[in-house]
Design a protein around this ligand. Structure first.
Ligand SMILES: [Zn+2]
Length: 409
């Protein structure tokens, strides 16, 4: 049986940055220097005493390839216990694997880690986590540092294109942090180029690998979850479905990780963040545009806009969404809400939006119900053309100035 071998990490310094680097290799294959890079001021927080960060980031890789792991050095004793006794047996069963064992030494090394971290993307989950942990009376739970990582979300297979996008998005994140006085910690990594797996099935491990590289900084870390507790299960579709298990098993003596947002729903999160002015000019949920702007047309933009509409909060976000586009396509958008709230796959996202419209006495118009019986891809204009008498359509076009009435030039 092949092994993944991880050597102990070292620090490599450059002018403004520092890297935590460890040599890794799968038996007899070429070695790979995997690194986590931080700004110079965070060098003192990089952990050379354990290989925790490397082990955790690579869990999906050695699960996929059914490898055992040999670490030529130490990992956290708490991490070892949790992996061996809980996470690995469950992953072995869930992914139908035979191996996943670790050969290593363990340590109880303790740092004085006082920082409290959470990621910032300016999306719903990260804003919810940020505002939930601000100005708490028990101040040790207040977020002290926001984080932004190049760990797969800007391109799951890494490379220069992903790094370029990471830097492009980072500019926006830096502006948000500067404007609102938050400390920002960035981590760049070349793990993506080694792992070469889908982001969806690996992202929790990649993110928490970056967090554990900085265990001397983070005593607590809030991992913003995008899934509901009710959906918890081990499935190869996405590691997000068992985040509640991951955060427990990947915490160490030094860094306690929490699954923030698991206790509520996306609509409740949107309702919560819409109380905070900081989100009005910064909310960014788009999955279509890479340049930091919401397109206002993709499924995620539309879903977020409908949720805000159902809560009577959409106007507040006029600077980040195209409300003219929304207004113009309202009938089609409303019919999509009704259709999706009945759809087996989509209702987990839309049913609560549909009910919130009802709760807030915002009536979805009757034509939207009529249109919702047609499949989503059927063009509304075509349906209207078929249903309405030609005379009515002509009269409407004349009224709107689309057609002249035959009397004027
Ligand atoms: Zn979009």
């Amino acid at each position: 049986m092949k092994e993944l071998i991880i050597e102990m990490p070292k620090i490599e310094k450059s002018l403004n940055k520092a890297k935590l680097v460890a040599e890794i290799r799968v038996e007899n294959s070429e070695k790979y220097n995997l690194w986590f890079e931080v700004e110079k001021e965070y060098e003192k927080y990089l952990c050379v005493e354990t290989a925790d960060a490397f082990l955790v980031a690579l869990i999906p890789y050695f699960v996929k390839h059914d490898l055992n792991v040999k670490i030529n050095g130490k990992i956290s004793s708490k991490l070892y216990y949790q992996l061996i006794n809980y996470l690995f047996p469950l992953l072995r069963r869930g992914y139908k694997k035979n191996n996943l064992d670790i050969d290593c030494q363990i340590t109880d090394v303790k740092y004085d880690s006082k920082g409290v971290g959470a990621s910032i993307s300016c999306g719903v989950d990260s804003f919810y986590t940020l505002f939930k942990h601000k100005d708490l009376s028990d101040s040790k739970y207040n977020i002290t540092h926001l984080t932004f990582f190049n760990a797969g979300s800007h391109g799951e297979y890494g490379g220069e294109e992903a790094r370029h996008l990471y830097h492009k998005r980072l500019k926006n994140i830096k502006s948000f942090c500067d404007e609102n006085n938050y400390k920002l910690v960035t981590v760049d990594s070349n793990m993506n180029e080694f792992i070469m797996m889908s982001h969806l099935v690996t992202h929790t491990f990649r993110t928490l690998g970056c967090v554990l590289a900085l265990q001397k900084l983070f005593g607590k870390y809030y991992f913003a979850s995008g899934t509901n507790f009710d959906d918890t299960r081990i499935t190869p579709i996405s590691c997000a479905y068992y985040d509640i298990l991951n955060v427990h098993c990947l915490s160490t003596e030094n860094t306690q990780i929490y699954c923030s947002g698991i206790e509520t729903t996306r609509l409740e999160k949107i309702k919560y963040i819409s109380q905070f002015e900081e989100t009005y000019n910064w909310l960014n949920v788009c999955i279509a545009h890479n340049d930091g702007e919401n397109c206002s047309k993709c499924e995620k933009c539309i879903r977020t806009m409908t949720a805000l509409d159902s809560l009577n909060k959409l106007q507040k976000y006029k600077n980040v969404f195209d409300l003219d586009y929304y207004q113009k396509h309202k009938l089609a958008i409303y019919s999509d809400i009704i259709r999706n709230s009945r759809d087996k796959e989509m209702k987990e996202y839309y049913l609560e939006i549909y009910y919130t419209f009802k709760q807030n006495h915002k009536k979805l118009p009757f034509p939207a119900y009529c249109l919702s019986i047609f499949p989503a891809k059927v063009k509304i204009k075509r349906i209207i053309k078929r249903i309405l008498p030609q005379k009515l359509i002509k009269a409407y076009k004349i009224k709107k100035g689309i057609l002249n009435d035959g009397f004027t030039d």
